[in-house]
Write a protein that binds this ligand. Sequence first.
Ligand SMILES: [Zn+2]
Length: 74
Amino acid sequence: MIFKLLVFGVVVFIVYTLFFKTSRGKVEQPKKRDKKQDSDTMVECANCSVFVSESEAIIKDGKFYCSKECAGVK
Ligand SMILES: [Zn+2]
């Protein structure tokens, strides 16, 4: 009886550990991706020194610009 209980306990522990690990991993990965996508890193406009978020900035020749006018794009 005691042995059966021990085996049952070990099985429950393993299942719980596996489930916890997989569910935790699934939750963590998209969170990290979202953080990268939603990162509001402020970058300085190479033309007028205005700070804009990286997602809104216009990148031209490896430099960040706040607007199309500053980037020289029409
Ligand atoms: Zn600018």
